[in-house]
Design a protein around this ligand. Structure first.
Ligand SMILES: [Fe+2]
Length: 348
């Protein structure tokens, strides 16, 4: 057993110690590694296989929400035992980096395995899986031939028909940030204004709630991440199966002159005060092996970042699509502008 897991209780009796690994265990020659202390906002069954297959050392895990982990790392300061932070959304990773949490990593393996647009240019953080932010449509009300781009959902024909969650959600902030990068601030603002005008209802609920509302006919189209639909598709619950039957998935911006579907990442980086920096780098490299990529992506029904790794059959059933290849770092850089413009147009 190479995993020790501690749940970080916010405001409660927090972790008192991290169990250190067996320093005498055999190591692989390419990395001088032992234990690695991982702070993660992930909590998936397949992650255990990910840690078990790490031959170079033992993984000590602390799980909590992203903001709790970030606050904890900050408050621990130079005494932090944390080597690595794993969380979701390039916007979150960028923000953690702005707070000075990450240290640069120069690894040929990471550079070769992870496409350049899915990692920080100086190695402060790396994407290990991808999620697409896509359009869902009610099959009874919308012919998919009517769908084309994110931009089109701001057109008058969609008035009263668009379901999307609030602007406080980082997935929407990153989507709008990508639009600012692609089309400029004014065009992004005009788009957001059109989306607000086309709301089927005031934003409420998470991404799953948008898909469910679309199935229930509360709106005709919804914007939500791909893994929520995969999760519903894999569910045994008849209510979830009914949603999946009612709703179709559509990858926008696919035509030749269009930029591709917006993708975001789950990822992480080595922390500035990492006590076990070599082991931490070895662990990140481990996450890019074909087998780890399968586990990592499967945990949350995401897409692997490494080319050629086999997809989950449910994701395969969604069909192939072309991705927007914009550097995900832009989501962070344009985050403040995105929040301000959504505020200006009255996106709650
Ligand atoms: Fe999510």
């Amino acid at each position: 057993m190479k995993i020790s897991r501690r749940l970080f209780l916010v405001g409660g009796t927090a972790v008192t110690a991290i169990v250190l690994g067996d320093l005498n265990k055999p190591r692989r020659s390419w990395a001088q590694a032992s234990s690695v202390n991982l702070y993660s906002s992930r909590h998936y069954d397949t992650d255990d296989a990910l840690y078990d297959s790490f031959q170079s050392g033992r993984v000590n895990l602390i799980e909590a929400g992203a903001s709790e982990l970030i606050e904890r790392i900050k408050s621990e300061g130079s005494n932090s035992p944390a080597d690595l932070l794993l969380t979701v959304d390039a916007g979150n990773l960028w923000q953690a980096d702005q707070d000075g949490l990450f240290a640069p990593v120069d690894s040929e393996i990471l550079k070769q395995r992870i496409p350049a647009n899915l990692r920080h240019p100086e190695g402060h953080w790396f994407g290990f899986s991808k999620r697409a932010r896509v359009i869902y449509y009610n099959r009874d009300r919308v012919n998919p031939a009517e769908l084309s781009t994110y931009e089109d959902l701001a057109a008058p024909k969609w008035e009263g028909r668009v379901l999307i969650r609030s602007s406080s959600n980082i997935y929407n902030q990153s989507l709008v940030a990508s639009m600012i990068a692609a089309e400029g601030l004014d065009a992004a603002e005009a788009w957001a204004e059109g989306i607000v005008a086309n709301f089927a209802r005031q934003p409420e609920g998470n991404d799953t709630a948008q898909i469910q509302a679309c199935a229930a006919g509360l709106g005709d189209v919804a914007i939500a991440n791909s893994y929520y639909f995969a999760r519903l598709a894999k569910s045994d619950d008849p209510a979830d199966q009914a949603v999946v039957e009612k709703v179709g998935i559509f990858f926008p911006n696919q035509r030749r002159n269009q930029r591709g579907t917006h993708v975001n990442i789950s990822g992480g980086g080595v922390l500035a005060n990492a006590p076990n920096r070599d082991a931490a780098i070895a662990f990140l490299e481990h996450l890019t092996s074909d087998q780890s990529q399968t586990y990592f992506a499967e945990g949350n029904n995401e897409y692997p970042v490494v080319e050629g790794v086999e997809l989950d059959p449910v994701l395969t059933s969604f069909g192939q699509f072309r991705e927007d290849e914009l550097s995900v770092e832009e989501y962070g850089k344009n985050q403040a502008a995105a929040i301000q413009l959504m505020d200006r147009v009255g996106w709650p």
